[in-house]
Design a protein around this ligand. Structure first.
Ligand code: SF4
Length: 667
């Protein structure tokens, strides 16, 4: 679940003294980036305060950002760029043959925590002739100043106008970033709709998990990359450079790239035809040679793929402020609701030696005191005990902690205490998803109450006192006791600590609402109605009041989950709604303090689209889905069988007929 943090307020921030000392100590002096370049710290300081060096271009924008924007915004440090390990310096942009603006459509504090963006930044800037600079979404106060003063969206590294890039590469991570994408395009001075752009505008290319169903954003994107970013971006850069040398105009590159690479989709080169009932009849290419089906790009050699060995160190506290190393891509668990579990296949593992090598280099380049082993399910990394032991042996003496962001609750949980012996015993987070064994088995979450409690006893013995449990509500066929079970199980997890003669654990139960996702067996299922989610919330809070202090219940925002469900399975008719919502002021919809459900309701009304048709309608197996032309390695038939299996298993476990368990009506 995405964390939502308010951007930090306060004065101009610099790294605290302890971190800076560690950084310099680890690096053996001030860190440097490319050989022969001035120390990054010196570049950073000149970017902030010193007399600007003579610049080839953009001196004016650089100065205007310093003079007109930074003094007028909260936490200006998030906009200054020039962080430790920045790879771009003065003059690089101007000299590059291909200029890329890497856009993360969210605040700096989120974007800087995103490993994928650091990977692409590293990859581009280690490609000869290419310069990539980063850009993030300005927060509301910065946007206001930029619009008042006519400041265009700029890149963080050397403050270039984003519209001057050859390629604007946008990372689509979640459904609620769409209006922020439009806002960034508008601030950059780039026409929102692909059809309105000319050869003077950058190619707008999107990728990331949400690009798997790009249809709601179809009219705003020139190209969409399906699958992994490393291999695809390298290939696009290569092709773009060649086309540019050959004098091919940018807009003509769109069909050339779409024909050349099987994992590129140019949505505006396809027509969608609809049936009278509003469902899709067909998606038809407008030009010859375009593929009817878009494949998924996979990185051919994951272990050797480019990885940022000198990651950027943010100026301000961010969501994940540590060294992050992706040790595995994909997840062997394949829980039925999980989009990543089905789309990131086959599995790839990074070798222990390579992880150790990256960890050493990244530590020396950053001075971080935390090392995160990232993957969708870190406990499934086959060599985790060996890796953890070797990392601990090397880094525990340096007071560097290991962190495991996603833990599976089975026998592996017992190993966590010794593997993470240096970890601060704060809170341990476990995704149990459902409260009862039979529902967990039906969604393929391989957890039982028994192995949960066995593992927790080991964790409590090792010193942990706080547990955060993630649950989901709204599964097809869910019953009352699945909801009360959330409370019962959370209470039992808390009380289990008493068995060791210690006070009960402090348990937080975070309850989210099922958003049926494309490319999962639930892609045909109806989302539960909002009244159901509100009722679940009321009941759980009532149980919490009945025993104050035992368990803290937290629930997700119902309105945002419904909007996610609409966008996740939407078609390109939603583009008008997104545009209308943006025009009415929607931005940062993933943030509790900025999301405004009434704006979206008015936008749906104005455009004449019923959100319930997208969120709450159960699809039939023969319906053409908006993302059916995007490839899935395991195939659609597998998903059909998996959905039927879910219904039958749950029905069998509960002694009812499968027909009562939310089967599609015309299966
Ligand atoms: S374990 Fe997590 S990442 Fe893996 S399939 Fe299940 S929900 Fe997805």
């Amino acid at each position: 679940m995405r964390q939502k943090l308010r951007p930090h307020r306060g004065a101009f921030a610099v790294p605290d003294g302890a971190r800076w000392y560690r950084l310099v100590q680890a690096a053996g002096g001030a860190p440097r980036d490319k050989p022969g370049r001035r120390p990054v710290a010196a570049v950073r300081l000149s970017a902030m305060h010193e007399s600007p060096e003579p610049m080839v271009v953009s001196t004016t924008l650089r100065e205007r950002v310093s003079d007109e924007l930074l003094p007028r915004v909260r936490q200006p440090a998030q906009y200054i760029g020039g962080e430790v390990n920045q790879l771009v310096g003065p003059g690089d942009w101007e000299q590059a043959e291909v200029r890329v603006a890497l856009a993360f459509p969210d605040a700096y504090t989120i974007g800087m925590s995103h490993l994928g963006c650091q990977i692409l930044y590293w990859l581009c800037n280690h490609t000869p002739g290419v310069c990539a600079e980063r850009t993030y979404a300005p927060w509301a106060d910065a946007e206001r100043v930029m619009r008042q003063r006519g400041l265009p969206l700029f890149t963080w590294d050397t403050r270039q106008p984003v519209r001057d890039a050859d390629i604007l590469a946008i990372s689509l991570q979640y459904e609620l970033c769409f209006t922020t994408v439009l806002n960034m395009l508008d601030l950059a001075g780039i026409p929102l709709r692909s059809a309105d752009r000319t050869d003077a505008h950058p190619l707008v290319v999107a990728g990331g998990p949400q690009a798997d169903n790009p249809e709601p954003m179809a009219e705003f994107l020139d190209l969409v990359v399906i699958g992994d970013g490393e291999h695809s971006l390298a290939a696009i850069l290569d092709a773009y450079r060649q086309y540019k040398r050959d004098g091919v105009p940018r807009r003509e590159m769109i069909p050339l790239l779409a024909r050349r690479f099987p994992w590129i989709y140019a949505p505006n080169l396809y027509d969608v035809r609809y049936k009278p009932d509003g469902t899709i009849a067909a998606l038809v290419p407008k030009l010859d040679g375009l593929p009817a089906r878009i494949e998924r790009c996979r990185t051919p050699d994951f272990d050797a793929a480019p990885f940022p060995e000198r990651p950027l160190v943010p100026w301000v506290p961010v969501v994940h402020d540590r060294i992050s190393i992706e040790i595995m891509r994909g997840c062997p668990q394949v829980c039925r609701f999980c989009h990543a579990g089905y789309t990131k296949r086959p599995l790839f593992y990074r070798s222990v030696e390579r992880v150790l090598e990256i960890a050493e280099r990244a530590y020396r380049a950053t001075g971080h005191d935390q090392l995160g082993l990232l993957s969708l399910s870190t406990a499934d990394y086959p060599l985790l005990p060996e890796l953890a032991a070797r990392l601990n042996a090397r880094f525990a003496p340096r007071m560097v902690n290991l962190s495991f962001p996603s833990l599976r609750i089975d026998r592996m949980l017992r190993h966590i205490p010794w593997m993470a012996s240096g970890v601060r015993k704060g809170s341990i987070t476990l995704a149990v998803e459902a409260a009862r064994d039979d529902l967990r088995a039906a969604i393929r979450k391989k957890v039982t109450d028994g192995n949960l409690m066995d593992g927790l006893r080991e964790v409590y013995r090792a010193g942990w006192q706080r547990v955060k449990l993630y649950f989901m509500a709204g599964f097809p066929g869910e019953r009352d006791d699945d909801i009360t079970g959330i409370w019962d199980l959370s209470l039992a997890v808390s009380q289990e600590r008493r068995r060791l003669g210690r006070p009960p654990a402090r348990v937080t139960a975070a309850v989210g609402w099922l958003v049926p996702k494309p490319f999962t067996p639930f892609q045909w299922a109806a989302q539960a109605p909002p009244e159901y989610f509100h009722d679940v919330r009321r009941r759980l809070l009532h149980l919490q009041r009945s025993r104050p202090g035992a368990v803290c219940i937290r629930t997700h925002n119902v309105a945002t989950s419904i909007l996610e469900a609409v966008m996740a399975r939407g078609d390109r008719r939603l583009g008008a709604v997104i545009h209308e919502a943006w025009r009415r002021g929607a931005r940062f919809d993933g943030w509790a303090e900025t999301f405004d459900a009434s704006i979206w309701q008015r936008a749906f009304d104005a455009v004449g689209v019923d959100p319930a048709w997208y969120a709450r309608r159960e699809r039939t197996f023969d319906e053409v889905l908006p993302w059916d032309h995007i490839g899935l390695r395991i195939g659609r038939d597998f998903l059909v069988r998996s959905y039927l299996d879910y219904c039958q298993r749950l029905a069998a476990a509960r002694g009812v007929q499968p027909q009562t368990a939310a089967l599609p009506q015309r299966a």
